[in-house]
Design a binder for this molecule. Structure first.
Ligand code: F6R
Length: 367
């Protein structure tokens, strides 16, 4: 059932062109110029009149939520807060019947997320679910929702479910923005046309990054620490890259917004510190270039994820990984591919059980 792959995780990484395509199918209708999502359409007024949207989730799903915040605020101009479900449920949050809560969960069974939903519902909030497992507890308890059609995810480290969550959040943000007038029709059309190309670009990213990430990974088998840096939409992508590495390689890794480096983490940088930098053309590129220069001045080892044909970052980085260019808002989907592969190969070379890392469970049904 691993379809010729050595691990489920690698199979699931390679399934992403299909899982993203399946998540878009029947929803993104480029020729008609519409996004069809019954859960959003049926509750459009309520959603678009929300004073605030609170996204609750754990782990990787929480990282997807952070990108959801950028998407919804940029395109629908509705204020969004993202919270760890475990914090939300115990801190007496300000939630009323005027609130919208979006709960994100691959398994649909995470105990803290479930408890946070119950609390939000008790206070009268409208709860929208984004789940992967059909008919899961969270899918059943939410008022409305959209499934990510990623298919079963067996590897404990979430990969294809994450990119499917980003796909759904993109659809939701664009649909809300189109209907509440915050997004011009022209901009909406440009963005959905680009979103439609994402499965193909993910396929290209798999092809252009597989061998190189495997090679790069060999150099970092004995690393003790890693930093992951990104800006804008790729800051949460950096957090997710670091989480992937921690989970399966057991190497300590931290994600940071690149500009925060000088407020502390820069003290860690020496010739032994690997730093993964996500630096696509669209997305604060010039600022990232200066961050890379700051790191190189301190002899850090830079692994740069750049767009094809990049010269500026590529000329100073120690290792270069090229991905196809896309709009900034979709770039975390593409950038995730080499980060997943890098963590996979580092873990494989360390001899770890990548599909079932120590101490972790696929669904965390206890708090
Ligand atoms: C990371 C991972 C976990 C889950 C988290 C939430 O690879 O698998 O961090 O993302 O436990 O799980 P779900 O999405 O099932 O609620």
């Amino acid at each position: 059932e691993k379809g010729g792959y050595e691990h489920f995780m690698l199979k699931e990484i390679f399934e992403q062109p299909k899982s993203i395509h399946d998540t878009l199918r029947g929803r993104l209708l480029v020729e008609e110029g519409i996004i069809k999502m019954a859960g959003i359409w049926d509750n459009l007024e309520r959603l678009n009149q929300a004073k605030k949207i609170t996204i609750i989730a754990c782990g990787t799903s929480w990282h997807a939520g952070l990108i959801g915040e950028y998407l919804i605020e940029e395109f629908a101009r509705i204020p969004v807060e993202v919270e760890y479900a475990s914090e939300f449920r115990y801190r007496n949050p300000i939630i009323t019947e005027k609130d919208i809560v979006i709960a994100i969960s691959q398994s649909g069974e995470t105990a803290d997320t479930m408890a946070a939903i119950k609390l939000a519902k008790e206070r009268g909030a409208f709860v929208y679910g984004i789940c992967n497992v059909v008919d899961s507890s969270i899918a059943r308890v939410t008022d409305a929702g959209s499934y990510t059609h990623a298919g079963p995810e067996i590897g404990v480290a979430s990969t294809k479910a994450f990119t499917a969550q980003l796909t759904i959040l993109s659809l939701i943000a664009l649909k809300l923005g189109k209907h509440n007038g915050q997004l011009s029709n022209q901009e909406f059309m440009r963005l959905i046309t680009e979103l439609d190309t994402i499965p193909q670009k993910v396929q290209e990213a798999l092809e252009s990054t597989h061998e190189i990430t495997k090679e790069i990974a060999k150099n970092f088998v004995d690393a003790q620490n890693f930093l992951y840096l990104g800006r804008g939409y790729n800051f949460p992508a950096a957090l997710e890259g670091a989480l992937k590495l921690k989970e399966i390689s057991y190497i300590h890794a931290e994600g940071y917004p690149a500009a925060e480096m000088k407020h502390g983490p820069i003290a860690l940088i020496d010739e032994n510190m690997p730093i993964v930098i996500i630096a696509p053309k669209q997305g604060h590129y010039d600022k990232i270039v200066s961050n890379v220069q700051e790191i190189k001045a301190r002899k850090g080892k830079v692994i740069a994820v750049v767009n094809k044909g990049d010269t500026q970052v590529a000329s100073v980085a120690d290792y270069v990984i090229e991905i196809p260019e896309t709009s900034e808002c979709f770039s975390p989907i593409i950038a995730s591919v080499p980060l997943q592969l890098l963590s996979y190969y580092v873990a494989v070379y360390r001899g770890n059980n990548v599909d079932q890392p120590r101490n972790l469970a696929k669904s965390v049904t206890v708090e």
